[in-house]
Design a protein around this ligand. Structure first.
Ligand SMILES: [Zn+2]
Length: 409
């Protein structure tokens, strides 16, 4: 062994049966130690069975150990600051009024286009550092603030570099259909054509993104436009995700189901028909409760109804400068319990086992012998304490591929 974690209250493997009650899926193992070798988990069991070695010891001091968190939906690569817009919203201005005055996504796009790739990397690193401090070892990051060919590619290149230059492994998503760029307002079909016929094939060929995505909303892109992206994505073999049913109920979940999307994200306005459609297609629901809170949008997505219908539910921070300026996994988990109706076990699985499935990375978000040693040692002794201790960070040590990535206490 290279490294052994001992004195844990329990190891929460998240490796129980997925279809069982969440509390069973957690697969909790009391009185267990974890041995790590070559970045993988080499031993999991009682200390009395642990082979003797000169391994480095991490003393969990009675805290519990779980898999590294997977934040399956973020927008952490961007430039610019919108704190003045937040102030205006608190003073009573609406999002639409702010957007009409040149604010909103368009403002982030303008700042992101002016930034160099080096600047985008430098700006994103502290955000990723805060996610790491929250126990995140894998994160998805979307493009979509470039919205021209050069700037979208610069964002994706920045994501690729960031994945190599800091401990969190990043999964890139091409979100060219995030908003209609200002210069294409009068001929939006041309921007859609550029995304589908030029950018998408280039991105697939160069391996710059693992997923593609579109924002389906009255103020963004239509079902037919998302269908065009979905059909091209299918031809090119790149899996699809969709932002749907966030601000208005418009059958977005049914569309995600029809197009075989891996995930349907947001879902604040999903209907019972939409829930049934996700269940049929096996599409994973990704909820972003901090953005519902931050955008002062209501209601929160019906996490309880989704879980009760048998739809897998993942959670994310959706960290972005407009609607969720937060890297707090713990706040998202707490809100998921208080506002989306999940139990603490379901919320915990949303950032582990199910979050990993949302990225089609089933080896992540669970602790298994032979699996990657992406691990978090917590200061508290139970997963329940995470949403219960609202918005506070209980992470003691994070390990990525068996290496200590942060040590906050
Ligand atoms: Zn998003």
């Amino acid at each position: 062994m290279d490294l052994v974690i001992r004195n844990a209250s329990e190891v929460v493997t998240c490796d129980g049966p997925l279809e069982a009650r969440a509390e069973e899926t957690l697969g909790r193992l009391p009185n267990s130690v974890i041995g790590v070798k070559n970045g993988k988990i080499a031993f999991l069991g009682p200390e009395s069975s642990l082979p003797a070695s000169n391994a480095t010891i991490i003393d969990a001091r009675g805290g519990f150990v779980g898999p590294g968190f997977v934040d399956c939906h973020t927008h952490v690569v961007f430039a610019g600051d919108r704190s003045d817009e937040f102030e205006q919203r608190c003073q009573g201005k609406t999002y639409l009024e702010i957007a009409a005055a040149g604010g909103g996504i368009a403002r982030t796009v303008s700042a992101t286009r002016k930034a160099t790739e080096d600047e985008l990397v430098a700006l994103a690193k502290p955000r990723l550092g805060r996610l790491l401090a929250q126990g995140v070892t894998t994160a998805e990051v979307k493009s979509g603030y470039g919205l021209d060919v050069r700037s979208e590619l610069a964002m994706l290149q920045a994501i690729r570099r960031l994945s190599a230059e800091q401990p969190i492994e990043l999964v890139a998503t091409f979100l060219g259909l995030h908003a209609v760029p200002v210069e294409f307002k009068q001929h939006r079909t041309e921007w859609i054509r550029i995304c589908i016929d030029e950018l998408l094939p280039l991105i697939v060929k160069s391996g710059l993104a693992t997923f593609c995505d579109a924002f389906v909303e009255q103020s963004a892109f239509t079902h037919d436009e998302a269908r065009m992206l979905g059909e091209r994505a299918r031809e090119l073999g790149i899996p699809l995700r969709l932002h749907v049913d966030q601000l208005t109920a418009n059958g977005g979940a049914q569309l995600a189901s029809e197009l075989g999307a891996v995930t349907a994200d947001h879902l604040e306005q999903i209907t019972p028909d939409g829930i049934a459609a996700l269940k049929r297609s096996g599409t994973i629901a990704v909820l972003a409760p901090t953005s519902t809170l931050f955008a002062k949008a209501r209601p929160f997505a019906p996490g309880r109804a989704l879980r009760d219908a048998g739809v897998p539910v993942a959670l994310c921070t959706n960290c972005n400068p407009g609607s969720s300026n937060s890297e707090s996994v713990s706040l998202a988990m707490g809100l998921a319990c208080v506002e989306n109706g999940l139990t603490p076990a379901e919320a915990y699985l949303g950032f582990t086992r199910v979050g990993a499935l949302a990225l089609r990375r089933p080896e992540l978000g669970r602790i298994t012998v032979g699996g990657p040693a992406d691990l978090v040692v917590f200061a508290c002794d139970s997963y329940r304490a995470l949403p219960y201790h609202l918005a506070m960070n209980e992470v003691s040590v994070t390990l990525k591929a068996g290496r200590v990535a942060t040590h906050t206490t």
